[in-house]
Design a protein around this ligand. Structure first.
Ligand SMILES: Cc1cc2nc3c(=O)[nH]c(=O)nc-3n(C[C@H](O)[C@H](O)[C@H](O)COP(=O)(O)OP(=O)(O)OC[C@H]3O[C@@H](n4cnc5c(N)ncnc54)[C@H](O)[C@@H]3O)c2cc1C
Length: 410
């Protein structure tokens, strides 16, 4: 039988009727969990990944901007991104020195948070201390220092900023995703092009015993992992569980400048809420909509007024050279938005003990995929975290309605 590769489409019917782990959703997070399980020598179980859209065209993964930053305010989020950077930089080693595995790009143009009030400047100063204590290279910069490093900004209203040129910027997360999927399959993880449409719990409601596929098969499971991205709540409800996660639209715009900047544009988080950065020969910008409701996970309609009315005015104000630009491309994608605190939910449900979350990343899931996939693989294999302690992301805080405090949310 040929070794399955990316070029072999997954079957629609699973080979077996029972798996130790069933992962619902096989995009970035589902494939990270699958690969880390396959890379854990003590994990001896079988894994089925069910993916309703094997082209991934409707996933958050296909609409990402694929950036990473060390600039979080919570130490654990900084540590998670440090692991992401290490994972990307040593990708071939992590993938067992497989000679087929390429080296993904990490382009560290840095994020530049701009503060237009003393209050936000103070918040940045505090965050810089947390990041520096973890070994991150963040600098707190005065307006004059920013002007000297990046003369193209108009900074009249800016009082300070934070910037870091180490392990922060664009990374080729698509390569991680492709190789996680490919190598997990080669190691025996089964991907199945199908949809989980229902779950059956035991009589006391404490375990999911099986998942039902759209094609009718009933698959028994030891553990079920919700890796359904913006559809996370639909999957949770199949197990009778409510979570505060909803699909929220985020817009991305690619533009060309008549006169290109003479150096990389850091991923600049403007006080207007618009962000922009270098993107190869072009530039990329994005922002949340003014009114930000939950939408249908299949609603990809663009709001072109946002470009004309919000994004372009904001970027031309910050960089006068961007008054002469041309829109090249644009798209809408969905955050898996955690309404409580815009951070991940990871690990088991409190009552349905074999139902695991890896959800709610709200815009930083790509960079968190290595650490979260590894963490969930540890929980499934050993019943506890062995590397980074990811307990703060547990479901307990959702039940207590106590937000995880992270001030740097984009
Ligand atoms: C515009 C935009 C920009 C972003 N930029 C960044 C960034 O710069 N850096 C960063 O770290 N993160 C970023 N993110 C966030 C990041 O892309 C997401 O957090 C991440 O891709 C989520 O991956 P996922 O696998 O959890 O979800 P998804 O990619 O949505 O995958 C979920 C999968 O589950 C499948 N599925 C759902 N329900 C079922 C079911 N019942 N049965 C079978 N399959 C099912 C879906 O088909 C889908 O393929 C951005 C997101 C967006 C939208």
């Amino acid at each position: 039988m040929p070794t399955p590769t990316l070029l072999t489409p997954p079957a629609t019917t699973p080979k077996k009727s029972s798996y130790d782990v069933v992962i619902v959703g096989g995009a970035m997070l589902g494939s990270s969990v699958a690969w880390f399980l396959s890379d854990t020598p003590d994990f001896k179980g079988s894994v089925l990944v069910v993916e309703r859209d094997p082209t991934y065209q409707f996933s958050a993964t296909a609409h990402t901007n694929s950036c990473m930053r060390q600039q979080f305010s919570a130490e654990i989020n900084v540590r998670i991104s440090q692991f992401a950077a290490d994972f990307v930089k040593n990708f071939q080693r992590y993938m067992g020195n497989d000679p087929r595995v390429p080296q993904p790009m990490l382009q560290s143009f840095g994020y530049l948070y701009l503060a237009d009030t003393q209050g936000f400047a103070e918040t940045l100063r505090t965050a810089q201390k947390v990041q520096a204590a973890c070994g991150a290279g963040t600098r707190h910069m005065s307006r004059d220092e920013i002007a000297a490093a990046y003369p193209f900004y108009r900074l009249d209203d800016i009082v300070a900023g934070n910037h870091n040129l180490i392990d922060e910027g664009y990374f080729d997360g698509g390569t991680l995703f492709d190789w996680w999927k490919r190598l997990a399959r080669e190691r025996g993880v089964e991907y199945c092009a199908n949809e989980v449409v229902a779950m059956t719990r035991n009589a006391s409601g404490t375990r999911v015993e099986s998942v039902t596929l759209k094609s009718g098969e009933i698959i028994s499971c030891g553990t079920v992992v919700n890796a359904s991205g913006p559809r996370a709540i639909l999957t949770s409800r199949m197990a009778g569980i409510e979570i505060p996660i909803e699909p929220r639209k985020r817009f991305t715009f690619i533009f060309a400048a008549q006169n290109r900047l003479d150096r990389d544009l850091p991923l600049t988080i403007d006080p207007s809420g618009v962000h922009m950065r270098t993107d190869g020969l072009y530039y990329m910008a994005g922002c949340p909509p003014e009114v930000d409701p939950a939408v249908d996970a299949m609603d990809f309609a663009m709001d072109h007024a946002i470009w004309e009315e919000k994004v372009w005015p904001a970027i031309a104000n910050r960089i006068p050279q961007f008054e002469a630009i041309k829109l090249i491309n644009s798209w809408a994608g969905h955050y898996d938005f955690n309404v409580l605190d815009q951070n991940a939910i990871l690990g088991p449900h409190s009552k349905v003990a074999n139902f695991m979350f890896v959800n709610g990343f709200s815009g930083h899931g790509f960079q968190q995929a290595p650490a979260m996939g590894r963490g969930l693989a540890e929980l499934i294999t050993y019943g506890r975290f062995r590397t980074l302690d990811l307990t703060p992301f547990g479901f307990a805080r959702i039940e207590r309605n106590e937000p995880f405090l992270e001030r740097a949310v984009i």
